[in-house]
Write a protein that binds this ligand. Sequence first.
Ligand code: XMP
Length: 505
Amino acid sequence: MSVLILDFGSQFTQLIARRVREHKVYCEIKPCTETPDKGEFEAIILSGGPSSVTDPDSPQFDTGWFSVGLPILGVCYGMQLMAHHLGGELSKGESREYGQSFIDLVGESPLFHGVPSSRVWMSHGDHIKSLPKGFNTIAKSVGAPIAAMANLEKKMFAVQFHPEVVHTQFGREILGNFLFRIAQCKPVWTAGNFIEETVERLKREVPNDAHAICALSGGVDSTVAATLVSKALGKRLHCIFVDNGLLRKDEGDKVEKAVSDIGLQVKRVNAQERFLSALKGITDPEEKRKIIGRVFIEVFDEETKRIPEAQYLVQGTLYPDVIESVSVRGPSATIKTHHNVGGLPPDMKLKLIEPLRELFKDEVRVIGRELEVPTQILERQPFPGPGLAIRILGEVTDERLRILKDVDAIFLEEIREAGLYRTLWQSFAVLLPIQSVGVMGDGRTYEMTAALRAVTSEDGMTADWVYLPDELLRTASNRIINEVKGVNRVVLDISSKPPATIEWE
Ligand code: XMP
């Protein structure tokens, strides 16, 4: 049993799914063009969306969903859609509300059980002017005289604000009320259940003599995926760790040790020289990425051929990689290609096993913890596939790699020392192809520049630069210039994304 979230294109649709799952209720996001079918669902949530319900090109929707007999919660656009199709009236763009607002509750409603009049987060141009038949107003705000409505008999509820964003003070409680008081869902979606079900399913679906391979990077996703699959396949899972030499300082050894400690059967392929010689003389960022992708395919393909009994390929694809960010356009819209999926051989005749494809990153961490994957891997900051090559601007050489690894290691050490590693989305150093004049002792220097970057982010799509403590910056800069030969200047990157990107290339 699960909750269905119909996606009308809101940037918060995934957040609704996350919040529902935080209540231990499984849910799935489907495009709003989905044909009505009660299926195994126990409730429906209609997401927000950027359109106006009355626009000619507003997303398609089959009103048959209103008659499948399931409890429905409309959020923002979802509410307007309900009002529009069920006989209410909308007011277009007269009193917009963006950001913080306050709702006053009207009467009693199970949706607001235990919730007081409180702060909410709004983002709407249109609002509802008159209620559809059978509905009552259950909350109002300054900009929306009908900020929430309910038809108790039909178990239809709608809110103009976004309960899924943290700025809505009692958002969690409101969603919980819908799931448990109204839709009678059971909180049974737990890490333990997920692991048990997945292992059983894999044992059932993968033949007893079939082998699988997995490209392990040492990141959270591939490690958790491999650990989960190994519980079903044991030694029939062969992990391949391609060390491209572009990892952080000592990272190759750390990854190898950590994954072996978990009990995974891992083969490390030291392909540093192959990657570096392919990158020789290359300065264009896109070309670097393509070369790294190509060499990775070659190496991985060669290794795969050594395991001819393999019929399956395990990948750590996550839910956000699977669902379409623009599913409002319907099933025909292209699915976002995973950064790393692009890096696998196109003609590989292996069947895919993607045990995490229904999960969000934070859920993967919870599963990983349950599987006893070391914290060091679970809490690792994201690291790009092309590695340090896209953090060395200009040509990637042995010497530049050595310099960047040392600079980056010092910066990370200081970040960890300050207790900031886990709170940051990413923190790293970049080596610039710029030399500048300096003075060390009594001598003139003419050396390279390192840039430090620390950002917070929810998902890497947008990011904010972080105001690091003076003391940390001072120590990091001093240590880098004193300890790393070849660098005489350290600068700080204070650009957000957009318009900058997180990585420099
Ligand atoms: P940008 O630089 O586009 O990066 O703001 C967004 C996030 O994606 C990571 N990134 C990559 N990850 N392969 C990956 O696995 C890649 O080619 C790649 N490029 C960027 C980046 O580190 C950031 O977290």
